[in-house]
Design a protein around this ligand. Structure first.
Ligand SMILES: NC(=O)c1ccc[n+]([C@@H]2O[C@H](COP(=O)([O-])OP(=O)(O)OC[C@H]3O[C@@H](n4cnc5c(N)ncnc54)[C@H](OP(=O)(O)O)[C@@H]3O)[C@@H](O)[C@H]2O)c1
Length: 257
């Protein structure tokens, strides 16, 4: 059945994997973005979640809203509140929110903002579904990339990640969008729990860069929480694409561009 689906954050890392899949599944897809975009197989809705500009038009007629947009900070709370208000004024769309595993147990401001957004969604009065996932493979490569001008790559000592491929999160969201609202659904974790330094070495090998990786002990509460593994879900290691498989796909794509 064709459904009109609004995706916020559809131009981001996860959104770029999700939007074409929703369109391929036959849905009428509308993507909220702050900027003018080239025509695509879906409709662009120009607007801004933080100011509320364009939101009434963006949500109009949407049966499902998949909320991925993030300001990577506390701005997410106002953005989510504005979205909930616009969606509630428009009708009773199914609101789907993507969140992060373990947010209540890791002392990061961003995670506190995500938890506040979850509460806004739960208390919105709209039918809702929240899917929590572990870190995306792309986040690990981004952590390495920001250090590219340094002679070493530093990773937090004794910290592991369980990264997941955005294509697998996207596939799960396509399935969720076709189902009735389901409240908190089971977490989605990547296939392997891996030492952070080992992931960095794999990445550097894949891009052909030779440099040491240092495991650095950081006396920070959030890192202690990561060391305790609160952001991991080994019992939900349902992703299949490993970090190395992701690297061989993306580095190959980058080299052949
Ligand atoms: N990255 C991870 O490892 C990870 C792990 C678990 C869960 N998540 C969650 O997954 C979701 C997607 O993450 P991502 O890494 O794919 O995001 P991302 O690449 O950082 O993309 C951010 C998106 O948010 C949109 N956006 C930002 N400010 C906006 C505003 N004021 N109004 C409207 N749109 C705005 C941007 O759209 P335009 O620039 O086009 O306006 C962009 O599409 C987030 O909720 C994140 O917390 C991420």
């Amino acid at each position: 059945m064709t459904t009109t689906i609004l995706v916020t954050g559809g131009t981001g890392r996860l959104g770029r994997a999700l939007v074409p899949r929703l369109a391929d599944a036959g849905h009428e897809v509308r993507v909220l973005t702050r900027r003018e975009r080239e025509p695509a197989a879906w409709t662009w809705a120009t607007g801004d979640l933080r100011t509320g500009r364009g939101l009434a038009e963006a949500v109009d007629g949407a049966a499902v809203i998949i909320h991925l947009a993030t300001t990577n900070g506390r701005g997410d709370i106002a953005a989510t509140r504005n979205l909930v208000e616009a969606a509630s004024a428009a009708g009773r769309p199914h609101l789907v929110y993507v969140s992060i595993v373990g947010i209540e147990n890791v002392a990061l401001g961003y995670y506190r903002a995500k938890a506040a957004c979850e509460r806004l969604v739960e208390e919105s009065g709209l039918p809702w579904t929240i899917l929590r996932t572990t870190q995306f493979h792309d986040l690990i490569t981004a952590i390495c990339d920001v250090q590219r001008r340094l002679p070493v790559t530093m990773m937090p000592a004794k910290v592991s990640f369980q990264p997941i491929d955005v294509t697998e999160v996207a596939e799960r969201l396509v399935a969720i969008a076709a189902l009735p609202a389901a409240a908190r659904v089971p977490d989605l974790g990547g296939p392997q729990v891996r030492d952070a330094a080992e992931l960095a070495r794999s990445y550097l090998r894949a891009i052909g860069r030779r440099r040491p990786v240092w495991s650095v002990r950081l006396p920070v509460k959030a890192i202690r929480d990561y060391r305790a593994g609160h952001h991991l879900t080994p019992e939900r290691a349902v992703g299949r694409i490993t970090f190395e498989e992701y690297l061989s796909r993306t580095v190959h794509a980058r080299n052949t561009r």
